[in-house]
Ligand binder design. Structure first.
Ligand code: NAD
Length: 298
């Protein structure tokens, strides 16, 4: 059994990105080209959700490490949907931002779908706009949603092929499950999988999971996937991150995935840990997407 070390791979990629950015800037010299300035990412955060604050801090740190300028744009949760839409328009129109994200979740009075749909898809470095999702589904050039991109990269860096494999994705969210399934079914060397998508209304989850060569779980229920649901030799990717109160931890909580790691791991060929698996890959994908937007490839 091999543990898929997302933390190490993400650090490798950050080093590669740092070199790429500094090479690009060095070659730009004094010319009026895009490389004349750092790539710049805007991170919009609304309210004070502790998990969101942590994610934003980690994203800012990762940007600084590779040479991407990141600006945190914070609003109180009293902001109206109209005011937030106006901010999205401002960022769409400001050429100094190559890309921006609106950290989710948003307060209940703001529609995430409406806000996401207002982002210019060329600046949508979370890959969540209808344009990017549609383009990804059609196999057109696009910005791919960060977590699926990170999982694809992790599999590819460990030379785990999805070609002809049965991949079972559990969870149908717009940010992980659906785009992951869409990506893996593409006619492409990093796709070509037979994909089954399971969700809360799936009646025979255990039987379906047992047929998976690669099992990707994004639900948010710690311990949902038990050893009797996983075939010998399968690859298991655990996307779930749930905070569990833990008075013995210095932070007062620990992070749990969706997979019963201790009992499932011995059956697997490969498995991701939580934390240190998919999480760091998601952040590094945001950096890659920002660089893609900086390069104006769309
Ligand atoms: P979500 O919270 O929006 O939805 C959960 C999904 O799980 C739904 O599609 C639902 O149909 C499905 N589901 C619920 N109960 C189920 C059951 N018993 N059997 C099968 N399916 C069931 O999903 P999300 O936003 O993708 O988040 C899922 C988890 O992934 C959360 O723990 C979240 O924190 C985590 N997450 C991690 C990363 C990362 O970078 N590691 C990124 C995004 C989300």
């Amino acid at each position: 059994m091999t543990i898929l070390d997302g933390k190490r791979i993400a650090a490798d990629i950050r080093r590669e990105l740092k070199e790429q950015i500094s090479r690009r800037r060095a070659s730009a010299g004094d010319k009026q080209t895009i490389g004349n300035r750092c790539p710049k990412l805007g991170i919009v955060i609304v309210g004070h959700n502790p998990a969101s604050e942590t994610y934003v801090t980690n994203k800012m740190k990762a940007c600084a490490e590779v040479g991407i300028e990141a600006e945190r744009i914070a609003f109180e949760d009293t902001i109206t949907q109209e005011q937030l839409l106006a901010e999205v328009q401002r960022l769409n129109n400001d050429p100094s931002f190559d890309g921006f994200i609106v950290q989710l979740p948003l307060p209940a009075h703001i529609s995430e779908q409406t806000i996401t749909a207002a982002i210019d898809y060329r600046k949508d470095v979370d890959g969540l706009t209808p344009e990017n999702v549609g383009r990804a589904a059609k196999g057109l050039p696009c910005i791919i949603s960060a977590t699926p991109r990170g999982i694809r990269e992790l599999l590819s860096r460990y030379h785990i092929s999805t070609d002809g494999k049965h991949v079972v994705v559990v969870g149908r969210s717009n940010i992980v499950g659906k785009p992951m399934a869409s990506l893996l079914m593409q006619k492409h060397e990093t796709g070509n999988a037979t994909v089954t998508l399971c969700h809360s209304h799936t009646t025979n989850l255990k039987q379906v999971c047992l047929t998976a060569d690669i099992l990707i779980v994004a639900v948010g229920h710690p311990g949902l996937i038990t050893a009797d649901m996983v075939a010998e030799g399968a690859t298991v990717i655990d996307v779930g991150i749930t905070r569990i109160e833990d008075p013995n931890s210095p932070k007062g909580y620990r992070l749990a995935g969706d997979v019963d790691f201790d009992n499932v791991a011995p059956k697997c060929a490969y498995i991701t840990p939580v934390p240190g698996g998919v999480g760091p890959m998601t952040i590094v994908s945001l950096l890659q997407n920002t660089l893609q937007a900086y390069g104006h490839t769309l």
